[in-house]
Write a new protein. Structure first.
Lengths: 149, 141
């Protein structure tokens, strides 16, 4: 994957940028996320704005990547190749949706919240990691290429 | 809509999107957190380093914001311990089974025009909205 040191440093910096974005947008706060998902309550559209901003920031990168032959730091593009809509995708998304709706946490914000969220965040993240490991026992899930997300 | 914070939401989102652009352009990787973490289960240890570095950055980001601006975001958790654990298990399992989460499908997948990701995103949003409705307005606490 190209220069290992370069990938480590760049990943650290990019992860930090991501974490900063989660903080400024307050997506790190599950209450804020649930505020968007609660259509019949005191609706908070902020998450929608975050998604708009994220797409504005991400579309140019992916558009460029399509035209390049290799990433800047070497290696190759690890882009998902699966095209068909299958039951794994739908069931997985639904199961994730329940967990997200129950807690207001998805993987990124939960990890980012480890620094300040207290023991509850550790509980969630611990359970999340176990859940990920359990998915490997599911025969169909085991066939998934992790890089074909 | 008293909690609506459109400007910081938009700006924070831009940074997230920028991070996704940088990760794909520099490292050729999708900034899907469930994939970055979950993928570590199946790859060789040499592939762990960039993943750990990314997660370290995720954790460092909020600390950096607080240290430089004094802004410490609320992390308001209303779920009890059993719910948190159950939710964590579901999020972990579901994101691996479904090959992605809000960043992987919702941001990166949609940004690259993937129909699979658009459908997955619609599904987990719809299910999450229904779950919140049931939990907040049908079930007590």
């Amino acid at each position: 994957m190209g220069n290992v040191m370069a990938s480590i440093v760049s990943s650290l910096l990019i992860g930090t940028l991501f974490g900063v974005g989660l903080t400024i947008s307050q997506m790190i706060n599950p209450m804020k996320v649930l505020g968007f998902l609660d259509f019949s309550g005191n609706w908070d559209p902020t998450l929608g704005m975050v998604l708009v901003g994220a797409l504005v920031g991400a579309v140019p990168g992916f558009s460029l990547a399509r035209k390049w032959s290799a990433p800047l730091l070497g290696g190759s593009f690890q882009i998902p190749t699966r095209k068909q809509l299958d039951s794994r995708l739908l069931f997985g998304a639904a199961i994730f949706g329940v967990g997200w709706g129950l807690s207001g946490f998805c993987p990124g914000p939960a990890l980012a919240a480890l620094s300040s969220g207290g023991y509850q965040v550790f509980l969630f993240v611990g359970a999340m990691i176990i859940g990920m490991a359990l998915a490997r026992l599911y025969p169909v899930a085991r066939k998934l290429n992790p890089q074909s997300d | 809509m008293e909690n609506f914070s459109p400007v910081s939401g938009l700006f924070g989102g831009l940074l997230i999107g920028l991070a996704a652009s940088l990760l794909i352009l520099l490292n050729g990787r999708i900034a899907g957190i469930s994939g970055i973490v979950g993928g570590a289960f199946v790859v060789s240890m040499s592939d762990w380093f960039w993943r750990l570095a990314f997660v370290a950055g995720l954790i460092l980001g909020p600390v950096l914001v607080t240290a430089t601006t004094g802004f410490a975001p609320n992390i308001d958790i209303s779920s009890g311990t059993p719910t948190l654990i159950g939710a964590g298990l579901l999020v972990g399992f579901g994101t691996r089974l479904g090959s992605g989460c809000t960043s992987g499908h919702g941001v990166c997948g949609i940004a690259r025009g993937s129909p699979r990701s658009m459908v997955a995103t619609a599904v987990f949003f719809a299910v999450a909205v229904c779950t919140v409705f049931v939990m907040r307005h049908l079930v007590d606490g």
